[in-house]
Design a protein around this ligand. Sequence first.
Ligand code: JFZ
Length: 455
Amino acid sequence: MRKTFPKQVLAAAIIACLAISISAKSEKPAGSVPQWFKDAKFGIFVHWGIYAVDGTGASWGIFNKSIPYGKYMSQADRFDPKKYDPAKWAELFKEAGAKYAVLTTKHHDGMALWDTQQLTNGEKLSVVTKTPIGRDLVGPFVKAMRDAGFNVGLYYSWLDWSNKDYAAKGRWRRGEAPPKNTTPENEDKWKRFLAFIDGQLKELCDNYKPDLIWFDGDWDVSPKDWKMADFKKKLKSWDPGVVLNSRMGGYGDYDTPEQGIPVVPPKKYWELCMTMNRTWGYNKFDTKHKSAFQLIRILMECVSMGGNLLLNVGPTPDGTIRPEQVAILKKIGVWTHKYAEAIYGTIPGPARIHYGFPSTLSKDRKTLYLCVFNSPVNQILFKGLINKPKKITLMATGEELKRERVGGAPWMHIPGVLFITLPKGLEVGYGTVVKIEMDEPIKLYTGKPGAIEQN
Ligand code: JFZ
């Protein structure tokens, strides 16, 4: 005989299940992204600020104490980007095949690129008040990008190494796990700081109505102390439809792996952010750019696993984009335009067990696009390899092969991507085998690259 439960027991069980699922939802917001973001696949990140002047790198010198604070900030006295013409940037980004662009409106150094009315240590800290250019740089960017048909994102750093009310400064060091439950030590300061952020974010939403806010620098403070749940609600009411990235204590809509392609695709929608050379901001000595081939391959690795690529440029202090970066973007553009159908608006292809290389599918799943990258450039890649290979050879001939490691964040133990160059003109025929010899048993990185965000 079948057992039956009394009605009351069933009702209680249903209520309990509902309660659990509701509370689980409110604790860990699922997040969702609009269709434009899913279809876009390729965006350009722009790291631009006073740090371009001496090429100090974006903000981190302040924290690392590799440059005195005053000296870092004195770059503002010489920040006069007379050739700033965002319409030209938009033209270039369009040529590259990007569909959206994200500008740093305030990096960790606290210098706003717009005419903020909020006070930092009693005065306005922005390019309008502190630099010779003396005007809003965000507005023209937003307008130029919109005119070119782009969706627009604004990067904003929660933490602020100029604002003395940012009491949590210095709590977290490289190589340590970000703290989960910190409380900023001085309540009044912290309240003032939250009001300052609130004011700035309201200005950004009111003035520019961004399609996306790309947060950063949430790691010193717990989501509770940041009042992230409140901020999320406010942002969505100030700017309905805005997409929020994950760097808001896990309250965002999508994940942001950084500098390394995820080995296991994140659960939420995701976007890999990556520098074109090695630094986010302009540095004329950093000439080690990834090749157009590598970047196209990285783009398709992302797209084939259901993610976007947000590729960074660091404009110069005069407001132009350096020729090497222009050239790379143009090369990428030739490819992205030619194969547009296989990129934009697609969904991930079958699992890699079916095809070891990137593949995508049309939304109706009727068209499969398989990417073949071994020819004519003849580079193959391995991701997530922690070991430094002792020797890499082509088994057929024993010939040693050149390798190059690109990306990677050693301080987070993220190994980056290993590119191996096959001999020029190699006839692959039915297949060829590359032998990788190591000193120790193979060690694979299987974590989430750029895992500085709290989940
Ligand atoms: C963050 C920023 O700090 C960085 O300057 C850039 O804007 C990037 C998009 O986002 O990335 C980080 C964060 C933490 C570390 C390195 C990069 N870290 O732990 O050294």
